[in-house]
Write a protein that binds this ligand. Structure first.
Ligand code: GLU
Length: 484
């Protein structure tokens, strides 16, 4: 194919679903791999479902994800306008053409009549009543101003078949197909019409979209044929599931790109993970930059079966991306999470310590919680089989630790570590035993973003000593288990 053109055609009806992002990504990758164009089209014809800031969310998501479109409402292009509500005249013209060639017809049926049409399976199915109106009846209804829609006139015989690049050969008996509404009474087209007109006029060669559109694709192909237009190639994408039974949903707070940003995932990591949802790179590699994805992407790797969203895997990828961030960049991303901390701490050091230890930015509050909240930890934390330490040992050693650190002139990591090392030697215990005790005594936590000396350094001399003293008095005040 000479010039590959793909499009992303979101409806601004809410935030950007992860499934939409994946469609955009695959369409982008496919176009870029073949040096073609990636087009953004805003499908805002369902006026009742429009949501205020949804268009903004589309732009900001594409920007954050770095999926730059070549043509679109904001950047223009030769096939504009790229917002469907600005193309009403175009749809009208083409609907009229279908009326003239009897591939479409006026339908004047009232809502009540349509509501009464329910087939054996409980689905509403139009009985094609208006398809058989005479020319006079039509003229008369139009003249008397009865509201109407325009419907596709689907052949009642024959089969419509096509080949989807993911799902293979699909064929359906035409009598199964509905006479879809093409133009609504408000003059807006339905998706069922606009997608065909626009994909044709925008010279789209490959249509990437969710598999929910697979079953209506024969209707679209009949429209292409009615116009005598070339049918594009189709790449329908499998669903993304939260587990075996349910799809990702807004209700679970796990459906939108924004939800994941809020949970502290980086856009690059989300995008990388989304690429793997339903596409198999056919290699061991799982971490891909956008440029690497462009090189690696291949439609033959897209799976037919639903992809299950695995947040554990996303966290794993995200941790890799976080580790690779330049320290200053990580610090600026982490800084908002430090605002709640009231204890003055060396935040650059904090960032350096946690950067390699978290898998999402939202892990930060938990990880730094010890800075402000210290009291109330359990003295059993001093007991560690692995470190061979105990509360009893802590009670014995802390006075010496306090003395050694009080007299320390330079409060650096090396100086602190050296002082603790010397003390361990002096008391003929293992370094590990002492470090465990000091770390717990200064933080009150089992899991901390660094070792004993780093924790002392982080909270500063004054606070470190204050906490060591507090811990010592708690240990002294407690009834030792051993003596009971
Ligand atoms: N506007 C449709 C949606 O948001 C797009 C389907 C398509 O890509 O053609 O679901």
């Amino acid at each position: 194919m000479s010039n590959i053109r793909t499009r992303f055609a979101p409806s601004p009806t809410g935030f950007m679903h992860i499934g939409n992002l994946r469609t955009a990504l695959y369409a982008y990758l496919f176009a870029k791999k073949s040096k073609g164009q990636f087009i953004l089209r805003i499908e805002d014809t369902d006026q009742e479902r429009l949501v205020g800031d949804a268009v903004k969310a589309i732009y900001s998501t594409l920007k954050l994800a770095n999926l730059q479109h070549d043509e679109g409402p904001d950047v223009g292009g030769p096939c504009g306008p790229y917002t469907q509500s600005e193309r009403k005249d175009i749809y009208k013209k083409y609907a009229n053409e279908l009326l003239d060639t009897s591939h479409a017809y006026y339908c004047f049926c009232s809502k009540e009549r349509l509501d009464s049409l329910v087939d054996e399976t409980g689905n509403r199915r139009y009985d094609k009543h208006c398809r058989y109106l005479t020319r006079e009846e039509i003229e008369q209804k139009l003249a008397s101003g009865i509201p109407y829609v325009i419907r596709q006139s689907v052949p009642s015989e024959g089969v419509t078949a096509f080949s989807d690049l993911v799902y293979g050969e699909i064929s359906i008996e035409n009598r199964e197909l509905h006479d879809n509404i093409l133009l609504k009474s408000d003059g807006f087209p339905t998706y069922n019409f606009a997608n065909v007109v626009d994909d044709h006029l925008m010279k789209i060669t490959h249509v990437f979209r969710g598999m929910e559109y697979l079953s209506s694709t024969p209707n679209y192909n009949l429209l292409y044929e009615a116009f005598g237009w070339t049918i594009p190639l189709y790449v329908h994408l499998p669903h993304i599931m939260r587990d075996k039974r349910s799809k990702l949903s807004k209700r679970h707070g796990d459906a939108n790109f924004e939800d994941f940003l809020e949970k502290g995932f980086l856009p690059e990591a989300i995008l990388n993970y989304v690429a793997l949802l339903g596409w198999n790179p056919k290699s061991e590699v799982e971490k891909f930059s956008l440029t690497e994805l462009v090189d690696a992407f291949d439609v033959s790797g897209i799976s037919k079966s639903s992809a299950v969203f695995d947040e554990v895997k996303l966290r794993w990828l995200n941790a890799l991306y976080i580790k690779e961030l330049p320290p200053q960049r990580f610090h600026s991303l982490a800084a908002p999470y430090y605002r709640a901390i009231s204890t003055p701490v060396e935040v650059n050091l904090l960032s350096a310590l946690i950067q390699t230890r978290i898998s999402a930015l939202s892990d930060i509050p938990d990880m730094v919680g010890f800075v402000d909240s210290f009291d109330g930890y359990s003295l059993e934390m001093f007991d560690s089989k692995d470190a061979k330490s105990s509360a009893l040992l802590a009670k014995e050693l802390l006075p010496d630790v306090i003395e050694a650190l009080e007299s320390l002139e330079c409060w650096s990591n090396e100086a602190l570590f050296g002082a603790l090392e010397r003390l361990a030697e002096l008391r003929s215990i293992k370094k590990k035993q002492l470090l465990w005790i000091v770390r717990i005594a200064v933080t009150g936590r089992l899991s901390t973003p660094g070792g004993a000396s780093e924790m002392c350094l982080l909270v500063g001399k004054e606070l470190a000593l204050e906490r060591l003293r507090k811990s010592l008095s708690r240990l002294r005040a407690a009834q030792p288990v051993e003596s009971e």
